[in-house]
Design a protein around this ligand. Structure first.
Ligand code: IMP
Length: 418
């Protein structure tokens, strides 16, 4: 398929980058279209770990062009650091990284507001990554935000920066303002060679039927409209965001692959109906190394939630599922899948939209017998232990989407197609 969307379909951290990497060896273009450095995409190749935050993970393939689309928000200092550290790890950027000049800019002001809002307004309740993502998107929506292309216009940039501080009622001295402008200029010197109007690259790629991968960040349940609002991120994270975030209409995407973990995780606050605590949660957290790659926070753990999965499968019109971290469930005796929510005497098969209702639902479970075997060496569905196969088939039945890819380990090669 020439154009493929790879989307997290739960609360993020579904191992999207691993699947982008797996399908991306012959990709001509890999595109990020939303989110920012709140993402942490990890790829392990021959024991070496690469972590991407804003750079598309297709950068590992030398002939692949990578685009950071207009819908992404960029922290220039962090992006320059990320480029430098990937270069130090042997990634050759050449002239393959393209950043759209329309992309939003995350400023120190946004990180300050993000932290302040968490501490004061929300009493720390959303549990953001603290990367300034929400305030940056809010300012762009208010038409006051700064876009990457503004960095080329010194005087204009300074005035907009001043206006932004004024708008937020945050004081800034002339000296600090000058210092910020100088730092932005310094980063611009590194980034400007990558910055352009990226639309023609994508449209040309489509005209030539080249393989384009759209790499989602976060997950559908963190979508700012369809997720568990207000415990969400500030971008739209679903397939439709590809059009607004890259200029490549979602109508032209040929295949949509949704990534689901074989269990569920969530970082930050917010309702999580299938959350579990205690020994099993600890075992899964340890085996799955469930600690945030951006913040290092331990992730909350839960059973696979087929109510949420069927919901996001429909929202994204999934053609296939990539089921990841199946190996982590080896050794779990009794595995459960949530198949409905009990609420006010009814069994719901779709999540309620209000957070106060979602917080009160009680999951109804189906139980599955586990398997003991280490499955990291399995490369064909038929070679999975019978119970693992039954579990995988239950995911297909409950979401009504075929599982196309299974990931059974951290390494690039520990993956197979069904
Ligand atoms: P923000 O995106 O930093 O504003 O955080 C909003 C919510 O989204 C918080 O609960 C974060 O933990 C969560 N979040 C943001 N980015 C990611 C991600 O890449 N993976 C998982 N959760 C994320």
């Amino acid at each position: 398929m020439p154009s493929i969307a790879i989307l997290g379909c739960m609360w993020g951290d579904e191992a999207k980058a691993k699947i982008v990497d797996y399908l991306g060896s012959d990709a001509d273009v890999v595109v990020r279209f939303q989110g920012g450095s709140n993402a942490g995409h990890t790829i392990v190749v021959d024991g070496k770990k690469y972590v991407f935050h804003t750079v598309p993970s297709g950068m590992l393939y030398e002939d692949t062009k990578c685009i950071i689309g207009a819908g992404v928000v960029i922290d220039p200092t962090r992006l320059v650091e990320e480029i430098r550290s990937l270069e130090a790890a042997g990634v050759d950027f050449g002239d393959r990284l393209y950043i759209d000049e329309r992309a939003g800019v995350v400023l120190p002001l946004h990180q300050y507001l993000d932290k302040r809002n968490e501490e004061i307004l929300n009493k720390g309740k959303i549990g953001t990554t603290g990367r300034g993502i929400g305030p940056t998107y809010a300012d762009l929506t208010a038409r006051l935000g700064i876009r990457l292309g503004d960095l080329a216009h010194k005087r204009y940039l300074k005035q907009r920066l001043k206006d932004l501080y004024l708008y937020h009622g945050v004081e800034i001295t002339t000296a600090d303002l000058n210092e910020q402008c100088d730092l932005l200029k310094e980063n611009w010197e590194v980034l400007k060679k990558h910055c352009s109007n990226t639309l023609p690259i994508l449209h040309e790629a489509k005209a030539q039927d080249l393989k384009i991968i759209f790499e989602g960040a976060q997950g559908s349940l963190l979508d700012r409209t369809w997720g568990s609002f207000p415990y969400v991120t500030s971008s739209n994270t679903m397939v439709d965001a590809i059009g607004t975030g890259s200029g490549f209409s979602a109508r032209n995407v040929d295949e949509v692959i949704g990534i689901f973990k074989s269990y569920a995780t969530r970082v930050g606050e917010g309702p999580f109906p299938t959350e579990i605590h205690g020994a099993l949660a600890d075992q899964i957290r340890k085996q799955g190394n469930e600690f945030g790659s951006t913040t290092g926070r331990p992730r909350r753990i839960g059973y696979f939630d087929a109510v949420m999965a069927a919901y996001t499968a429909k929202l994204n019109t999934l053609d296939g599922i990539a089921l990841t971290l199946l190996d982590v469930l080896s050794g779990v005796e009794d595995i459960k899948i949530c198949v409905g929510y009990e609420y006010k005497g009814k069994l719901l098969n779709t999540p309620p939209s209000h957070v106060l209702d979602l917080e009160k639902v009680k999951p109804a479970y189906l139980s599955f017998e586990g398997w003991e075997e280490d499955i990291t060496g399995v490369r064909h569905k038929d070679d999975l232990p019978k119970n693992a196969r039954l579990y995988l088939e239950a995911v297909e039945d409950l979401t009504e989407v075929p599982v196309r890819i299974v990931s059974v380990g951290k390494e690039r090669h520990e993956t197979f197609m069904c």
